[in-house]
Design a protein around this ligand. Sequence first.
Ligand code: GRF
Length: 205
Amino acid sequence: MSIRLGVLISGTGSNLKAILDAIDAGRLDAQVALVVASRPSAGGLAFAAAAGVETLSMSPEVYAADPLAADSVIAHELQKRQVDYVVMAGYMRMVRAPLLQAFPNRVVNLHPALLPSFQGAHAIEQAWKRGVKLTGVTVHFANEVYDQGPIIVQRAVAVEEGMSREELEAAIHAVEHVLYPEALQLLAQGRVHVLDDARVQIDPA
Ligand code: GRF
């Protein structure tokens, strides 16, 4: 089955690019119906334009004035395009009730650590400073509790001896670019089920 995605970005959009590349290469059975940027200067908008994907840029004033109204606008635009899943890819805004209720267990987030460790916006730096030997990447469903929604997939990244913070960052991003399209492909295949206790079960291939 092919799924329709709405991708939310704020910055460089390297994960958006990885998703578009995976679709192009036939590794991800999906279509990006809309890219929403939380600011008009988001670099990732260029990847959307290059792929001929429609974009919607929100201005920071809209969120500042009324964050719930901003999410209502986004939810409405995504529903209009019959999006199946909302994909957060470096989106630096909270996703709030209007979006979560329009897409229950259908908003997906990428986190650059092995949740529940190192929640929040500075996960890579915190993991590096803490000196962990193993960190990684998590793909999970977003819900009302930030960084605590049902976990879909995780992949470990070893912190090699002498690795700089920048090198760890690069290693994490490299894994993200593989894992995120893989996780979305599991959704496209209908193999992801959220159980009553909020654990996620993945059907075998
Ligand atoms: C990624 O590290 C992701 O885990 C985090 O924000 C970063 C986004 O990078 N949530 P990009 O904009 O996709 O390049």
